[in-house]
Design a protein around this ligand. Structure first.
Ligand code: PGA
Length: 257
């Protein structure tokens, strides 16, 4: 279902709708894409971005509330996102867990709701330094995965993405060490294998996130079990992101083909 590598830009709380459209025009001008790229944009930019995106640029959201409608002041539904043009949604990003108190139970509700609505959930997992010390990285991730994916069928693993983002590597400028990434990605695939079987483990794409940039993207994608990247800061500037995409052969820059 997904062409590898799956590269998602996570803009977090950056860019107005105008700035967002300009960014997408900029990427289109920078070169030709050879496979889809994914941008997770603020709610107010979804419609504007979807308007100009097309041609291999897929727009998604960063969060939603798992109810069809109702008295939930300040929240947004999956249906609203879809109508605006979103095709996927991040769920359980470490900033949502840490700053907004999201639990595995709540994340699980969102995963099931998104799947029901045909909105691809990108389920983010990752340990903090504290959790690494107290519980260990493997146990923390196991609890997050089992807690937030409980109830999924094996067949549904081709319709979700998991992003492993150690919280201690996000926004620091230094990605996690390659051996740590390799080991955690293989742990994640094994957890899926043990609980859902080989069909699920093979179908699942596991992304790495945490200080991915134009210099390390190709190296990170070479690690076994890394099927894609979730890129924060380095997805905010057209030239930086175009260079990153070109370094992993997803974009041929104009005049360099
Ligand atoms: P970063 O963010 O690339 O800026 O570290 C990644 C993320 O939080 O998804």
């Amino acid at each position: 279902m997904f062409l590898k590598p799956v590269v998602i830009g996570n803009w977090k709380m950056h860019k107005t709708a105008k700035e967002a459209s300009a960014f997408i025009q900029g990427i289109k001008k920078a070169g030709t894409l050879s496979s889809p790229i994914y941008l997770s944009v603020p709610y107010t930019s979804i419609a504007a971005c979807s308007e100009v995106a097309k041609n291999l640029i897929v727009i998604g959201a960063q969060n939603f509330y798992p109810m069809p409608q109702g008295a939930y002041t300040g929240e947004i539904s999956a249906q609203m996102l879809k109508e605006a043009g979103a095709r996927f949604v991040l769920v359980g990003h470490s900033e949502r867990r840490r700053l907004f108190g999201e639990t595995n139970d709540f994340i699980r509700e969102k995963v099931h709701y998104a799947l029901k609505e045909g909105l691809t959930p990108v389920v983010c997992v990752g340990e903090t330094l504290e959790e690494r010390k107290v519980l260990g990285a493997e146990e923390t991730i196991k609890r997050q995965i089992l807690g937030s994916l409980n109830g999924m069928t094996a067949a549904q693993f081709s319709s979700i993405l998991i992003a492993y983002e150690p919280a201690w590597a996000i926004g620091t400028g230094v990605s996690a060490p390659l051996e740590a990434i390799e080991s955690m990605h293989s742990v994640i695939r094994k957890i899926i294998f043990d609980s859902w079987g080989s069909q699920a483990a093979v179908a699942l794409n596991i992304l790495y996130g945490g200080s991915v940039n134009e210099q390390n993207a190709a190296i990170l994608l070479n690690i076994s079990n890394v099927d894609g990247l979730l890129v924060g800061g380095a997805s905010l500037e057209v030239q930086k992101f175009a260079t990153l995409l070109s370094n992993i052969n997803i974009l041929t820059e104009k005049g360099k083909g």
